[in-house]
Design a protein around this ligand. Structure first.
Ligand SMILES: NC(=O)c1ccc[n+]([C@@H]2O[C@H](COP(=O)([O-])OP(=O)(O)OC[C@H]3O[C@@H](n4cnc5c(N)ncnc54)[C@H](O)[C@@H]3O)[C@@H](O)[C@H]2O)c1
Length: 330
């Protein structure tokens, strides 16, 4: 039985609490949050104990921690958890600075603790099935990948200010997905960004609409489009084209009812947002973590995967700022 403590009881911390309670090989021991109200509400909801962060990190009755606090806090928590010998499940991004991610990796390796980066979208059953079929060679050699990712509405400007920008905050999931399906590391990125939706995002120094083109050493191409707004729900699609065919995942709709009338065919909206769209993925990623730590295998995606996605996001940010293609550091 893997005994887990959660640090951070916000949106995603509660998703992980819900997942852990559905896994028979794991038990949720306690939660902590800088906000006493948030911690109490979460503890009440899941019927568990509140402790402070230091108490969870030092606890003898806890084997693993889920770091689900705000991004700038991950660095200190990773170092502290590694020093206490805890297995670590850390939300993305590990940190907003690649240099600091490298420091975290050093600490994790020194301590020899298992570490997983929470790129949950790899565990989506639809994306996972597509990736497996690409790996099995069904569509031959991968030539192009297209990823569309549009949120239903922009986050508050206050969130944008601390987010690291659209490439590090939002596109980082798509950059990891690109690595997951391309079969080769991207070596160069060209990025563009615009402010078409929300003036507050421009004022916060970020863009609300962005696209990148990634290329690999052999010439495989991936294009990613991000937007902070849609009119029809969460828009998340993936397409891989290869020498023998094409595989794609369309949006998951709220229901499968379709009407046909004189005005044409009509189906439901896509699911509202990521919490609904990736519910199965959140459970699957936590099951993978629990299984890997319990059996002594390495959880994937690991810290290096977190770093690689971060390096691409950094290069994309630079490309957008300087209006030129940027080589992705090795
Ligand atoms: N993988 C995903 O799909 C996904 C989705 C959303 C958020 N995230 C990531 O998860 C993390 C949290 O995001 P969220 O949306 O849940 O944010 P949130 O603001 O809803 O929750 C964060 C919680 O952390 C607490 N906190 C902040 N500093 C703390 C500290 N020093 N000690 C203890 N608690 C502290 C806050 O009080 C808050 O309750 C971020 O890194 C974010 O990028 C990942």
């Amino acid at each position: 039985m893997l005994r887990i403590g959660i640090l951070g009881c916000g949106r995603i911390g509660q998703v992980h609490a819900h997942s852990i309670q559905r896994i028979s090989q794991a038990t949720l021991v306690a939660v902590a949050d800088a906000s006493a109200d948030a911690a109490k509400a979460c503890a009440r909801r899941f019927g568990i104990e509140v402790r402070d962060t230091a108490g969870i990190l030092a606890a003898k009755d806890i084997d693993a921690v889920v770091i689900a606090t705000s991004t700038p806090t991950h660095f200190d928590m990773i170092h502290a958890a590694a020093a206490e010998g805890k297995a670590i499940f850390c939300e993305k991004p590990i940190d907003l600075s690649s240099e600091r991610v490298r420091t975290c990796i050093d600490a994790i390796e020194r301590a020899g603790v298992p570490f997983m980066t929470a790129f949950n979208q790899r565990f989506d059953p639809h994306f996972g099935a597509l990736r497996q079929r690409v790996k099995d060679g069904e569509i031959g050699d991968v030539e192009t990948v297209s990823i569309t990712s549009r949120d239903p509405a922009p986050p508050p400007a206050a969130y944008i200010k601390g987010s690291g920008g659209i490439f590090r905050d939002m596109m980082i999931h798509d950059l990891d997905m690109a690595r997951f399906v391309l079969g080769e590391e991207p070596v160069e990125v060209f990025a563009v960004g615009s402010n078409l939706i929300d003036e507050a995002i421009r004022e916060a120094g970020d863009v609300d609409t962005a696209a990148v083109i990634l290329t690999t050493a052999s010439g495989r191409i991936c294009q990613i489009t991000n937007s902070r707004r849609t009119t029809y729900g969460y828009d998340k699609r993936l397409e891989v084209h290869g020498s023998k065919g094409m595989l794609r995942v369309s949006n998951v709709l709220e229901n499968l009812v379709e009407s046909a009338k004189i005005t044409g065919f009509q189906s439901a909206l896509s699911q509202p947002f990521f919490l609904e769209r990736f519910e199965a993925a959140y459970l699957a990623e936590m099951k993978h973590f629990v299984e890997a730590v319990s059996t002594g295998s390495t959880p994937i995606p690991n810290a290096q995967d977190g770093l690689r996605a971060q390096l691409i996001a950094d290069a994309a940010t630079l490309s957008w700022q300087e209006g030129r293609a940027v080589a992705i550091p090795k």
